[in-house]
Design a protein around this ligand. Structure first.
Ligand SMILES: NC(N)=O
Length: 681
């Protein structure tokens, strides 16, 4: 790790790692109690625990997407590629991992259309294609969760060790265990609320670094000075493969290679990670597409602006007495950001980076824990072990699996630590073993003609091709030597990623075109579909029914903006109207395709082709656009969720005030009207 002594004491490491876990556990207990008392939602119900009763509004879902998609790598690896390739690194990291979330909006729309009551994406695969497909794709799904969680553990623990000297293994185990406590306590809805608080602090800290680097730091302090320092760094050590060796150009061969790897790897980790399906499942049908488009666009600003700030600062500060020398292994471990934070702001910089990192790690880990718990509960326990499981058994299993996976994450971190695999290596490797299932999974959910055996064989043959291409390229380029270092090269990983996703896609599509299925999705629509009791006829209506109607009418008159629980589910039922969902899908398809074109082609390639080296004005404009984008992101995932939940917040506040002045009167009762926004509380 970096050559200098840790900037913070070990106690700070334990304090943050254990303290954040305990703080959020206490916060969850409080939120859950408030939620149960004033809104009527309680995670003691398994539907509420795993899918927040499918009722969450788009701002909070977008915030949850941003939070789940902000990994340790989002901050550390993006800064590492800025450090290695210059300004193209943050662009390729941000754009190359945003488009998948935008495109996922299409899958989310299809989910609501084809399987509105599913708990997991694997239930859809199982209902359409049976146990073999379910088993094969479950291996890909769980492998995705394990790789992502390991990356969180490995990246987070390397940085906490570097900053504080804390034992890496202790960090690997303590982080997921602390998160497991609050996930078990709160379930999906509270996890989304926790994500919201994490995201809020995350944006605040990123802006602190931005203003430090570009406005107040005596070491950099302006765009012009950063530009001059980057130009001087390129004079001393030109970047191999960049136009004129400059850090200030999008013409970067290795930046582009990283971009391609990034795009492929992140398709796998969105499309086959239950965490993103889970947010679509928790979302209200009418606003799922909006949530994913908003979440994707908001997220882009995090790696782009953070890495354009701290990753470039790490280059600019080379030679500064406070800046440690970074080896290739340090860069692969993602340490440029923490080195720059310490060099700029000393202990304060290191401290806030540590908090930032741990917020990112814990919120992404919470998403992974609840995702794996849902798969193990619904796709293993309920499907294969106890199909007649009761509500209580499902909930107990959900809790147990959260704890189990937290321990698994600790062990994965330990294994990767001992075999010397870093976060950067895992990040570029993920597409090699996961990429082959991307197209088959997308086809299963969206295309009636997708062929079962075409998709299964596509995923398996693509996997073998990816691993073979990766190893053969490693051997060919390194004189037959295959080890962790040689196999982690740019071309080696590029070959494996490309072979995996392309072969998987080509086999699945070709077989499906030759032997098309004609699936009507009736089987997937039936998954967990609620059994509706017919409304009693006028003659069968009891006086209790009439009394209920009378109360409902009264409540509506008193609260015109509110509806009761029955009305909410009626509204949700209306939102499942196929015509509206097909329209939402078309909107998702056009807008996500257009944004993908802009982010991956229209912006980077003209700059790549023109070999432009940014002058001070160009660099300033580039960075200021990132900063403005960051503010807009913060508004949409921090302020917008508050606005859309205003009625629920008012209801909770009123309940608390009532309780304060007349204890016991503020509690939510079933007959009390529940606002639309309650569903977001
Ligand atoms: N979530 C990512 N790829 O940072």
């Amino acid at each position: 790790m970096s050559s200098s002594q840790p900037i913070l004491p070990q106690g700070a490491g334990y304090g943050v790692v254990v303290g954040i876990g305990l703080f959020f556990s206490a916060f969850m207990v409080m939120l859950t109690a408030i939620q149960a008392r004033y809104t009527g939602f309680s995670p003691k119900n398994s539907e509420e625990f795993s899918s927040a009763s499918r009722s969450v509004k788009p701002g909070l879902i977008a915030s949850g997407i941003v939070s789940a998609w902000t990994w340790s790598a989002t901050l550390l690896q993006s800064s590492a590629v800025a450090y290695k390739y210059g300004i193209s690194g943050p662009w390729w990291y941000g754009a190359g991992a945003t488009v998948q979330v935008l495109l996922f909006a299409q899958l989310a729309a299809k989910l609501k259309l084809h399987a509105p009551y599913a708990h997991t994406w694997l239930e859809i695969v199982g209902a359409r294609w049976g146990n073999i497909a379910h088993g094969v794709f479950m291996c890909f799904g769980l492998a995705t969760n394990i790789i992502v969680s390991s990356m969180l553990a490995v990246g987070g623990s390397a940085t906490v060790t570097d900053l504080t000297g804390m034992n890496t293994l202790a960090a690997c185990f303590l982080t997921p265990l602390g998160v497991a406590i609050y996930v078990v306590v709160g379930g999906m809805r509270s996890t989304l609320l926790c994500d919201y608080t994490h995201t809020t602090v995350l944006f605040a800290i990123i802006l602190v670094f931005v203003f430090t680097v570009y406005a107040t730091s005596p070491k950099i302090g302006s765009f012009a000075r950063m530009h001059a320092l980057l130009a001087a760094a390129a004079e001393r050590t030109p970047v191999d493969g960049n136009a004129q060796g400059s850090y200030l150009t999008m013409r970067s061969r290795n930046g582009l290679i990283f971009g391609v790897i990034n795009v492929i790897g992140n398709f796998a980790t969105v499309f086959q990670d239950q965490a993103y399906w889970q947010r679509a499942i928790a979302s209200r049908p009418a606003s799922t597409v909006k949530a994913y488009l908003l979440g994707g666009l908001a997220w882009f600003a995090i790696p782009f602006t953070f890495a354009t700030t701290l990753g470039l600062a790490a280059v600019a500060l080379r030679g500064d007495p406070a800046m440690p020398t970074l080896s290739a292994a340090d860069v692969s471990a993602g340490l440029p950001a923490s080195a720059a934070a310490g060099a700029l702001l000393n202990k304060a910089g290191a401290g806030i980076l540590l908090v930032l990192l741990y917020l990112a790690v814990t919120s992404a880990t919470s998403a992974e824990l609840i995702a794996v718990s849902s798969i193990l509960t619904y796709d293993v326990y309920k499907r294969y072990i106890n199909p007649n499981a009761t509500e209580a058994q499902i909930l107990t299993m959900g809790h147990a699996m959260v704890a189990f996976f937290a321990v698994v994450i600790g062990f994965c971190g330990l294994i990767f630590f001992y075999i010397g695999i870093s976060m950067g290596w895992l990040y570029t490797f993920m597409g090699v073993i996961l990429g082959s299932a991307v197209v088959p999974i997308a086809l299963c959910i969206t295309w009636s003609k997708a062929n079962k055996w075409g998709c299964i064989s596509g995923a398996l043959i693509g996997f073998c091709s990816g691993v073979t291409a990766w190893l053969v390229t490693t051997s060919a380029l390194n004189g037959g030597e295959i080890n962790v270092t040689t196999s982690g090269g740019d071309f080696e990983m590029l070959a494996g990623n490309l072979a995996s996703i392309c072969v998987g896609g080509i086999v699945a599509v070709t077989v499906s075109l030759i032997w098309p299925e004609n699936y009507d999705f009736e089987g997937t629509r039936a998954i967990n579909a609620p059994v509706r009791e017919p409304k009693p006829s006028v003659t069968e209506r009891s006086s209790a029914d009439e009394e209920e109607d009378y109360e409902e009418k009264n409540a509506r008159e008193k609260h015109p903006e509110a509806v009761n629980v029955h009305a909410v589910s009626e509204e949700e039922e209306n939102e499942l109207d196929p015509r509206a969902l097909k329209k939402a899908f078309r909107f998702a398809a056009w807008s996500s395709a257009a944004l993908t074109l802009v982010l991956l082609i229209l912006v980077p390639f003209p700059l790549f082709g023109a070999q432009t080296i940014f002058g001070v004005r160009g660099f300033t404009a580039w960075t200021v656009i990132g900063i403005i984008w960051t503010f807009m992101s913060a508004f949409s995932v921090v302020l917008y969720p508050l606005w859309e939940s205003r009625a629920a917040l008012r209801q909770i506040t009123q309940g608390m005030i009532k309780d304060m002045f007349a204890p016991g009167t503020g509690k939510y009762t079933h007959s009390e009207p529940q606002t639309n926004e309650d569903t977001n509380a």
